[in-house]
Design a protein around this ligand. Sequence first.
Ligand SMILES: [Zn+2]
Length: 107
Amino acid sequence: MADPRFETGRNPSAKELWEAERVLQLHPEQQRTHPSALSADPEKLLHINTYGCVPDFYVDQPFICRGCGKQEIWKARNQKWYYEEAKGHTDAKAVECNSCRTQKKSV
Ligand SMILES: [Zn+2]
């Protein structure tokens, strides 16, 4: 199994990217009710609670790979896994696409 920590939406379609970008512009209350939104489990976010900014839901995050400039989507479910199961820090964001990370690992 691939490490799902920063698994991102591989080769997202233009429609997926467009929708993800659109959702980011919405009011948080509208984001929360979007089909791609996942609610957060505060019980599992105690490790970042001290920073005072615990997310209460996740939405797909489009980003530009800093390695090759490709656009991908960091899926809500992967963010949830990363923050809640892998106990990642909220400052951590996906910055590289799958192929760039795979290349680094194999070096
Ligand atoms: Zn890349």
